[in-house]
Write a protein that binds this ligand. Structure first.
Ligand SMILES: NC(=O)c1ccc[n+]([C@@H]2O[C@H](COP(=O)([O-])OP(=O)(O)OC[C@H]3O[C@@H](n4cnc5c(N)ncnc54)[C@H](O)[C@@H]3O)[C@@H](O)[C@H]2O)c1
Length: 247
């Protein structure tokens, strides 16, 4: 069985659908948690509801576009727990905008959250990570296949995968593995406007004939963070019901 007892996991976007499912699973597997999100109130409410009260959880309000915020949260992890073992970058933002309507400012805002935020999290996290740990960055099917009216998001997610492969090479001497999970359409608040707009169109193109659930991403994340994936690094695991089959 996967057992994270004694491990410390740091998660960004902790109030969101996929990060909540991940935090809940990690908590059940025994990990102590440092949960961060832009929105402090739902994060604290969620943290208080975690089922395994034996495993500690601390929270911090973090905007991943702020180096100061993310550095402070990693310093908190060091002070509270002595370091980090598992680092999960899951904060994300998925606004809609055509390329023709795109301003420079909007393009940069979306990359600041979805790409720069991952770099900031990994940079600060790596400095306090214990050797033998694991980094997991949440990418997206959009980074492989593209999505109309979400070019900024798709570009950022493609960037996350290139960044993660480079980091995997940098951190390998410390036996820290770096991988990505690339979800398809998962039923969370983020995908609600798109699901509303496209109805069953994506489901009809998905061999398993349904959207994914946050818990189905959480189990993939837990696997890649666990010793069961001890020889896997620089890899991206697709979790999309067959909607995109990578060669
Ligand atoms: N839901 C999907 O279909 C889907 C598909 C592919 C990838 N993803 C990725 O999965 C991850 C989790 O998404 P989700 O579906 O759970 O969405 P969600 O909207 O439920 O969660 C995202 C979380 O990120 C937080 N966040 C946004 N901007 C932030 C910032 N600047 N600083 C800190 N936190 C910030 C939000 O407050 C929210 O709690 C994201 O990286 C997303 O891009 C989701």
């Amino acid at each position: 069985m996967i057992d994270f007892t004694g491990k410390v996991a740091f998660i960004t976007g902790g109030a969101g659908g996929i990060p909540r499912a991940t935090a809940t699973l990690f908590n059940q597997l025994g990990a102590s948690l440092v949960l961060t999100d832009l929105n402090a109130a739902p994060l604290d409410e969620f943290a208080a509801s975690l089922p395994n009260k034996q495993a500690r959880c601390v929270t911090a309000q973090v905007d991943v576009t702020s180096t100061e915020d993310i550095d402070a949260a990693c310093a908190l992890a060091k002070a509270e727990f002595g370091g980090i073992d598992l680092l999960v970058s899951a904060a994300g933002w998925f606004p809609e905008c055509s390329v023709e309507a795109m301003t420079d400012a909007h393009w940069h805002q979306v990359l600041a959250v979805n790409l720069d935020g991952v770099m900031r999290t990994c940079r600060a996290g790596a400095r306090v990570m214990r050797d033998g740990g694991a980094v997991l960055n949440v990418a997206s099917r959009a980074g492989h296949a593209g999505v109309a009216n979400h070019s900024h998001y798709a570009a950022a997610k493609a960037g996350v995968m290139g960044f993660s492969k480079s980091l995997a090479q940098e951190l390998a001497p410390r036996n820290i593995r770096v991988n990505c999970v690339s979800p398809g359409l998962i039923e969370t608040a983020m995908s609600a406007p798109m699901r509303e707009r496209i109805g069953d169109a994506r489901i009809n193109l998905t061999p398993l004939r349904r959207n994914g659930q946050p818990g189905e991403i959480a189990t993939a994340i837990a696997f890649l963070c666990s010793d069961w994936a001890s020889y896997i690094t620089g890899e991206t695991l697709h979790v999309n019901g067959g909607a995109y089959m990578a060669g």
